[in-house]
Design a protein around this ligand. Structure first.
Ligand SMILES: C[S@@+](CC[C@H](N)C(=O)[O-])C[C@H]1O[C@@H](n2cnc3c(N)ncnc32)[C@H](O)[C@@H]1O
Length: 480
C-alpha cells in the first residue's frame, strides 16, 4: 500500500502535523504515518492516521517508489542531523529555479550531470570546493548573471545560508524542499503550504499526477507543480476579512425562503458544496440543521474548522461523487460554480447532486454574471492592507473565452522583511441560456431563477437580458 511518513522530532510539533493531515483526503488506498520521539506524548485522537513512536533516530524509514517520506519541518530535520550526527544537504526546487544548499563540512558526492543537470556556482562561494565534479561547474560572477543565463536544468550550489533563505522567502509557497542524501522532503509545517504539499504527494502516490523519476528529476517535479492549483491557498487566511461586507444571514434567509416556496419536504439535512470557510453553513448549523460541507481547498477547510460553530467538514471537489444520500437541500454559494471552467464539469456536478438529493429536494447555486465581470472585475487593481501584510488584487476579463481571471499578490511581513506569495483564480462566466440547456440535459428540473434585487422568478418568462442586468443569479433546481 502506498504510504506517506512524516517524521517529527521537534517537541510539541506533532499537534501541528496532525492538524495538517486532518482534511487530507486519506482513503483506504493510502496510509499516512506520523513518527514522533518516544518522549513526545500526545493526547490527540488521530482518526485514520497511524502514530508510531520513534525509538532510534538512526533508523529512519527508507523511502521507495510507493513511499514518500517527510521531515515535518526544517527544524525537525536539523534535530535529526544533530542526533544522528550526519550532515545532509538541501535541494530547493521552484518552477523557475533550483538551489542545492551544501553543508560546509559535507562534500557532495552525487554527480548531478548523471541526471542531466548542470551544477552552477557563484564566484567565491565555498560550495565549489565541496562538489565532486569540479570540472563540470559553471561559474557566474553574481546572482543577476546567473538569472540572466540560467536554463531549466541549472542547479545553483551554495553554502550561504542567508542567501538561500532570502531566495526561498520569495514566492515561498512554490518551493519544494528535498534532502537528496536521504531521499526525504520537508513538509514545512508552520512555514509554507504544508496542506498542498501533502495533497500533492498523495496525488503522486495514487498516480493522479505524474511521479518524478527521482529527486533530481526537476522536469517531473515542475510538471507536477503546474498541476497544483494555487487558488485559495494563502488567501484562505484573509477570506473572511475580505468578505466582511457580505451579509451571509440575509443570504441564508433567501435560500430558506426559496426552499419553503419550491419544496414540500421537511428540511433537516443540508450539504454545502465549495463551502470555503463555512460562513454560510455556520448560520445553518446555528439554526439547528444537520449540515455537511466540503471544499477542495484544504486551507479554506482549516479556517472553517477553527470556527466555534461549524458543519461536518470534509475534503472534496465539486465534481466528486458525494458520499452522503437523502439531502433535502444542497447548496453551492458565492459563485463557486464559476470555478468550473468547462461545461462538462457542470454536467458532472449536476449528476452527482441528483444522486445525493432526496426526491423533491433542491439544489440552489448562484453564478457571477457577465454584468458582474464587465462592471466590477474588468482591468481592476486594488490594494488591501492587512495586519500581516499587503495584498494587490488584479482582475481582468477575457471576453473571447469568457474567462474571469484574478491574480492575488501578497507581501507578507516576516522576520527578515517581506515574503511574496501569489495565487491565481480562474472562473468562467456562463450565460443563463447555456446553463438552462445543461440543466435540461441533467436529471434535475429547473424550478426558478432569482436575483436578490427583485421578487420575480425570471424562469421561464423573464429571461431577456438578465445576464446584463443582474450581477448575481440564483438557480433553483429540483430532483423529481
Ligand atoms: C468564492 S469562494 C465561496 C466560498 C463559500 N461558498 C462562501 O460562500 O463564502 C469559492 C470556493 O470554491 C472553492 N472551489 C473552487 N473550485 C472548486 C472545486 N472544483 N471543488 C470544490 N471547491 C472548489 C474554493 O476553494 C473556495 O472555497
Amino acid at each position: 500500500m502506498p504510504k506517506i511518513t512524516i517524521v517529527t522530532l521537534l517537541p510539541g510539533e506533532i499537534e501541528k502535523v496532525i492538524d495538517v493531515c486532518k482534511f487530507s483526503p486519506i482513503n483506504s488506498e493510502l496510509e499516512i504515518e506520523i513518527i514522533y520521539p518516544q518522549k513526545d506524548v500526545s493526547s490527540h485522537q488521530a482518526g485514520n492516521l497511524k502514530l508510531t513512536k520513534f525509538e532510534d533516530v538512526q533508523e529512519l524509514p527508507v523511502p521507495d517508489k510507493s513511499h514518500i517520506c517527510f521531515f515535518a519541518s526544517p527544524i525537525s530535520c536539523d534535530l535529526y542531523r544533530k542526533q544522528a550526527k550526519i550532515n545532509v544537504s538541501s535541494l530547493y526546487v521552484h518552477p523557475e529555479l533550483a538551489i542545492l544548499q551544501l553543508q560546509s563540512d559535507n562534500p557532495f558526492k552525487t554527480k548531478l550531470s548523471d541526471y542531466g543537470l548542470s551544477p552552477c556556482v557563484l564566484e567565491g562561494d565555498a560550495a565549489a570546493d565541496l562538489y565532486i565534479e569540479q570540472d563540470r561547474l559553471i561559474y557566474f560572477c553574481d546572482f543577476q548573471q546567473f538569472m540572466q543565463n540560467k536554463k531549466p536544468n541549472f542547479v545553483l550550489l551554495s553554502t550561504n545560508t542567508q542567501f538561500v533563505e532570502s531566495l526561498i522567502s520569495m514566492d515561498s509557497a512554490h518551493w519544494e524542499h528535498f534532502h537528496p542524501e536521504l531521499n526525504y522532503r520537508n513538509l514545512c509545517v508552520g512555514y509554507n503550504n504544508p496542506h498542498r504539499l501533502l495533497l500533492h504527494s498523495q496525488k503522486q502516490l495514487l498516480r493522479l499526477i505524474r511521479i518524478p523519476d527521482s529527486i533530481y528529476d526537476l522536469g517531473g517535479i515542475r510538471y507536477s507543480q503546474q498541476d497544483d492549483s494555487t487558488a485559495y491557498s494563502f488567501f484562505a487566511t484573509h477570506y473572511d476579512q475580505y468578505m466582511d461586507h457580505v451579509d451571509y444571514e440575509s443570504w441564508v434567509n433567501y435560500v430558506l425562503s426559496w426552499f419553503k416556496q419550491y419544496s414540500s419536504l421537511q428540511l433537516n439535512k443540508i450539504l454545502e458544496l465549495a463551502c470555503g470557510t463555512a460562513n454560510f453553513s455556520e448560520q445553518l448549523v446555528n439554526r439547528g440543521y444537520q449540515v455537511y460541507a466540503c471544499d477542495n481547498s484544504i486551507d479554506m477547510l482549516h479556517m472553517a474548522a477553527k470556527k466555534a460553530v461549524k458543519p461536518i467538514l470534509y475534503y472534496a471537489s465539486l465534481t466528486d461523487p458525494i458520499p452522503g444520500r437523502n439531502y433535502q437541500l444542497i447548496i453551492c454559494m458565492f459563485d463557486s460554480i464559476n470555478y468550473l471552467t468547462q461545461a462538462k464539469q457542470i454536467t458532472k456536478t449536476l449528476n452527482e447532486v441528483s444522486l445525493a438529493l432526496e426526491n423533491g429536494g433542491l439544489f440552489v447555486f448562484d453564478i457571477s454574471t457577465l454584468e458582474n465581470s464587465l462592471d466590477n472585475f474588468s482591468d481592476v487593481s486594488e490594494l488591501y492592507h492587512y495586519s500581516d501584510g499587503l495584498m494587490l488584487h488584479q482582475a481582468w476579463f477575457e471576453s473571447v473565452r469568457l474567462m474571469q481571471k484574478s491574480a492575488l499578490h501578497f507581501f507578507k511581513k516576516d522576520t527578515i522583511g517581506y515574503c511574496y506569495q501569489y495565487e491565481q483564480h480562474l472562473q468562467r462566466v456562463y450565460f443563463t441560456n447555456e446553463l438552462i440547456e445543461l440543466i435540461h440535459n441533467s436529471p434535475l428540473k429547473l424550478r426558478a431563477i432569482h436575483s436578490t434585487d427583485t421578487k420575480t422568478n425570471f424562469y421561464p418568462k423573464h429571461l431577456n437580458s438578465i445576464d446584463e442586468k443582474y450581477s448575481r443569479l440564483f438557480f433553483i433546481l429540483e430532483k423529481i
